[in-house]
Design a protein around this ligand. Sequence first.
Ligand SMILES: Cc1ncc(COP(=O)(O)O)c(C=O)c1O
Length: 422
Amino acid sequence: MANELVVELPDNDKVLDAQTVKQDFPIFKEVGQDPFVYLDSAASAQRPSKVLEAMDSYYHTTHANVHRGVYRVAEQATNLYEEARSHLGRFLGAPKPELEIVFTKNATEAFNLFAHGYGRKILGPNDVVLLTKMEHHANIVPWMILREQIGFEIRFIDIDAEGQLVLDNIEQQLKGVKILGVTMASNVLGTLNPIKQLTEYAHQEGAIVIADGAQYSPHLPTNLQVLGVDAYCITGHKMLGPTGIGALWARTSILEEMYPFLGGGEMIRNVTTEGFTTNDIPHKFEAGTPPIAEAVGLSAALTYLEEIGLENIRAHELSLTSYAMEQLHERLGSEIKIFGPENPSARSGVISFELKDVHPHDVSQILDQEGVCVRAGHHCAKPLMTSLNVPATARASFYLYNTESDVDSLVSALVKTVEFFR
Ligand SMILES: Cc1ncc(COP(=O)(O)O)c(C=O)c1O
């Protein structure tokens, strides 16, 4: 299946200068570790001063609860919170930015909200939810919990030896499917999936599509209207924002239909001893005091990403990934196995690998002694680990502040690791 998610890359001279970008991130000066080669942004990115300052300034000058007070500071706080919502909507290319973004704690909560709010509404015991074997647990376990209560079937799209989805018989696989859940970019393999085409197939079968943008929207330009999906999840801390905030985007018609998930203050219009009526969307899904400072921080992160340009970020990461794959193959030869597509253009800036006869946790520990931070483990993608026939992998992931020198440190540390174990 053709993948149309190809980004127009800028000319070379416009691509960002990572060494300069790095200066904007205080942790690289203040962490108290030298060297500090941070290659774990797929787990959580670092944040630029502008994000920290925006949150600090909010707490210093504007904090009050939102949607309640009629005094000025409370109104200002409400405005900042609602502007952050619209900003995220615009960033993702949502048709109705101010209505269709529901803030959650993270992407995991966004998937749970969708499964329990919408899945519960439309799924019956004879229905099918189709997922892929490269999904993060956040887009698997909520469906399994719901299946225990409702009894529908969950199927998985396989992956091939290159870490691509097996889509030859996609029409067959979609038969009877009510919901398709699929990641835009695998957090382990880096594979960029052909979501636009998959969505077209799914819609022909009458299925609703929820896409996982957690590893995509921080790195490539997102346009929900072009993708055509029906729902989408992101998480703030992977896109330079603070922890504690994520979002579900869904079409207005879906949000209108969805059950509320959490009950309490804010999400109601009226409550009596007999029952309650719900607030309008999106507030119907935001029970209790929301993550206000986090929304302010996320908005500052989006501004920062927009100023640099997602096309530039993609071009930079693509060049780093190509360089890293080249160097890893050249310097480690048969000692290393890299999972996922061989062609860097078909993947995001994530490289999972295995060193021959060395456990990924040992790899990660030895790299740490060299100041290189990579993740080791199952990456919350156990069905994928089973498909790859490994218990775990080590994973290096790149972002806009990583440089070729970071890649060199990784490769040299891996060479040392191999020597250490021989
Ligand atoms: C692809 C993908 N989806 C969802 C998540 C869940 O994000 P969070 O832990 O912020 O909810 C992650 C986190 O690693 C991820 O990589």
